[in-house]
Design a protein around this ligand. Structure first.
Ligand code: PSU
Ligand code: MN
Length: 316
């Protein structure tokens, strides 16, 4: 087992292994996009998750950037995975690792998928600035009693990474999540929208603080941000892939009731709700989910390319 070291950002853990393709790109100043693995291991069912893993990387490559999917194997974080490592994440029962779990995984030699929080942390550690995912974790409904607030929020507050996502799921308290992002000095930009996206739906019911029209503009804002906190670029699901509103509302009510009934808590809440959406919608939510992450991977790659372009003047 590798020797645990203190990372420069103060998190206990083990130095990440960077794949040759990602290391070359970073050395050359080529665009790199980090991709999350919890959506693969705990957000999408097999075998669709494995196909999605390839589709996401292909979207990034087709846009001219290098994909860096991130996960932990035998205690060691890896940035940029082999096909065999993607197979493991998508088929083996692996842990769900947030930032606090990285040191535990190192010490116990565990393998796991990384959440938004842990993926962003590891990306920042090796110098990857742009990250694509589906939805952020946030403040859960009923958090006033349960205190269930995703570690994604405090991580974005202190991690200099631009996260491209489709907002947050309506399984969360969207208003409270936006308030915490504001408190955390994390700017939230809507991509060609004035409404904060609600993952399966294009409009969560809340406005987005700022709007941008192009990847280049998002890259400029990111280059100027520079406070040490992260930034969120929220892209709504493509119109043709949006989940039907009535179906969405029914699945949400059922899912929330099911979690309460079964007494599901902690890190099992989000996967349980997602699983209910997928099984009870006959796969419709799955199509929506994959479509939005693919679109986010493409947009993230466009922003990363704009950042690394020698003529754009946006690279820090
Ligand atoms: N939101 C989604 N799909 C997901 C997740 C969030 O729409 O798969 C995953 C992400 O990895 C996120 C994590 O970081 O769930 C948040 O989990 P929790 O709520 O336990 O912090
Ligand atoms: Mn939680």
């Amino acid at each position: 087992m590798a020797t645990p070291v203190r990372s420069p950002t103060g998190s206990p853990g083990t130095s990440p292994v960077v794949s040759p393709a990602v290391a070359d790109a970073l050395a050359a100043g080529t665009a790199v996009v980090a991709l999350e693995s919890t959506i693969l291991a705990h957000g999408l069912p097999a075998p669709r998750n494995r196909a999605a893993a390839d589709e996401l990387e292909a979207e990034v490559r087709a846009t001219g950037a290098v994909p860096a999917t991130i996960a932990v194997f035998d205690g060691v974080p890896h940035v940029g995975l082999t096909a065999g490592q993607l197979d493991r994440i998508c088929s083996e029962p692996v842990e769900k690792l947030s930032v606090r779990d990285l040191g535990v995984a190192a010490g116990l030699g565990l393998s796991g998928a990384t959440t938004v929080a842990a993926t962003a942390r590891l990306a920042a550690l090796v110098g990857v600035e742009v990250f694509a995912t589906g939805g952020l974790g946030g403040v859960h409904r009923g958090a006033r009693e349960t205190w269930d607030v995703s570690a994604d929020l405090p991580a974005l507050a202190v991690t200099p990474v631009l996260t491209v996502c489709s907002g947050v799921k309506s399984i969360l308290d969207v208003g409270a999540t936006l308030e915490v992002l504001e408190t955390s000095s994390v700017p939230v930009l809507g991509y060609r929208t004035d409404r904060f996206p609600g993952f399966y739906r294009r409009d969560s019911g809340f406005p987005v603080p700022w709007r941008v029209e192009s990847p280049d503009r998002a890259a400029r804002i990111w280059a100027a941000h520079g406070t040490g906190s992260g930034m969120v670029l929220a892209r709504p699901v493509p119109e043709q892939d949006e989940l039907d509103e009535a179906l969405h509302d029914r699945l949400l009510a059922e899912g929330l009731a099911l979690v309460a009934e079964r007494g599901i808590t902690g890190k099992d809440v989000t996967p349980a709700l997602l699983e209910h959406f997928h099984s009870a919608s006959g796969g419709a939510s799955l199509d929506t989910n994959v479509a939005l992450v693919r679109a986010n991977a493409r947009l993230a790659a466009q922003v990363a390319v704009a950042l690394s372009s020698p003529t754009s003047g946006t690279r820090r």
